[in-house]
Design a protein around this ligand. Structure first.
Ligand code: NZQ
Ligand code: ZN
Length: 390
């Protein structure tokens, strides 16, 4: 494994009793708070009133900027940055899923600079300062609640990319699994695959893996395989929601990829282009891409990872030819994504055709001209994988 540094400064408040601390925690960062939220679920579920109640008890003055869309848009962030500056905001409170949290991270950084917040992304500027962020997580998926990245869409240019830096870690994240009972079925499915994919992207490596991390990764992946169907069947199953929520945070807080030389993400850059151009749900794009990417990357050098994946995660019989084990592992993945989770299995079903594949592939490969993940993917490879998804 490689040398690494790891630290994670996010204080997690897990569970309904801990949630009652929200007002005090927000107030500890200041009395002028901008609360961000999405398209209205927080009002429908009653969460908005509850949060407002906690903030009022601590005499926090609340400004609000709702309407964060999935795949959060830069125009909305620009408006929120202006609100922070005009109203002398001390602290940001993100109440929502990954999109709301990501938007809030960009707002937090944007409020501390004089330039346009898109420049963090376009010019790869690492923010040096940000307003403190407190999170109330409402959907288990991205891990944004416990990491320092935010993925932002520029709806004017069809770009989607990250702002990241240590100042963007939330100060505190409230993880109350009960708040996820109302997540729509399709989002529970997509979020669950996102969690799995965050781990699997590192699992598929040609470098020598680290045994301890391998075992932990397997446990977290199996947790999602076990509990996502339970949450789909019974949305208010506390045990399932608790497991998915904590898995979400640990799949993407830097721990799983620490120094074991994982392949690095490949599906994520490819998916971010799909959601940039077509505004689709992130986890849906990942689930469509992932099995095709597995097929594309299979060769004699990579085969060994497919074998442990098939045997240890999907329970495939180890006493078979390794190629047969790999094929069965891919089939089990497809069955889980498209039958168990019920995610659409092709881009065609989402109304996507090849029109933009070449430019999307060029953008996914970035200025280095390739995605250096499990295997090196150049634009022609990415186009091929997109075509396999039609
Ligand atoms: O907007 P509202 O009305 O709140 O509804 C949302 C939205 O429509 C709904 N929802 C969330 N919690 C709910 C709920 N509905 C009812 N009850 C609840 N408790 O779910 C829909 C999707 O929400 P969104 O926040 O978009 O979902 P998710 O958490 O999957 O976030 C996706 C975004 O995060 C980015 C993705 O690219 C995408 O833009 N990612 C961020 C990462 C990070 N910061 O580390 C890593 C990920 O790989 C990912 O790229
Ligand atoms: Zn993801």
């Amino acid at each position: 494994m490689s040398d690494f540094r790891w630290s994670n400064p996010v204080t997690v408040y897990f569970g309904p009793e801990q949630f009652k601390e929200l007002g005090k925690v927000v107030a500890s960062y200041g009395k002028r708070c901008l609360m961000t939220y999405g398209g209205g679920s927080v009002k429908r579920t009653g969460l908005y009133d509850k949060v407002m109640g906690y903030l009022k008890e601590e005499d926090v003055t609340v400004f609000e900027k709702g309407g964060v869309e999935p795949n959060p848009k830069i125009s909305h962030i620009r408006e929120a940055v202006a609100m922070c500056k005009e109203n002398d905001i001390d602290v940001l409170l993100a109440v929502g899923g990954g999109s709301t949290i990501d938007a809030t991270k960009c707002i937090a950084a944007g409020a501390c600079v004089d330039f346009d917040p898109w420049e963090f992304i376009a010019k790869h500027i690492v923010p040096e300062k940000a307003l403190p962020i407190v999170v109330v997580l409402t959907a288990a998926a991205t891990g944004s609640e416990m990491n320092s990245g935010g993925v932002i869409s520029n709806e004017f240019t069809n770009d989607k990319a990250s702002v990241r830096g240590p100042v963007l870690y939330p100060k505190a994240s409230f993880l109350n699994p009960e708040l996820t009972y109302t997540v729509p079925r399709s989002q529970t499915a997509a979020g669950s695959f996102d969690i799995m994919c965050h781990i699997l992207e590192g699992w598929f490596t040609t470098k020598p893996p680290m045994d301890m991390l391998d075992e932990i990764q397997k446990v977290v992946i199996k947790t999602v395989i076990k509990y996502a169907p339970v949450a789909l069947e019974k949305p208010d199953d506390l045990e399932a929601r608790e497991n998915l929520m904590w898995a979400s945070s640990w799949a993407m807080n830097g721990f799983m990829s620490s120094g074991f030389g994982g392949g690095g993400p490949s599906n994520h850059p490819m998916e971010h282009q799909l959601s940039a151009y077509y505004d689709i749900t992130h986890g849906v794009g990942l689930a469509i891409l992932f099995p095709r990417w597995l097929r594309y990357c299979l060769n004699d050098e990579t085969l060994f990872r497919y074998v442990t994946y098939g045997v240890d995660i999907w329970g495939v019989d180890p006493n078979q030819d390794p190629h047969d084990i790999a094929e069965q592992a891919i089939e089990k993945t497809e069955e889980f994504c498209f039958k168990t989770l019920g995610i659409p299995s092709t881009l065609t079903e989402l109304g996507i055709n090849e029109e933009h594949f070449q430019e999307m592939a060029d953008k996914a490969c970035g200025p280095r001209g390739a995605i250096n993940g499990f295997i090196r993917l150049e634009p022609k490879d990415v186009v091929e994988i997109y075509k396999m998804c039609l």
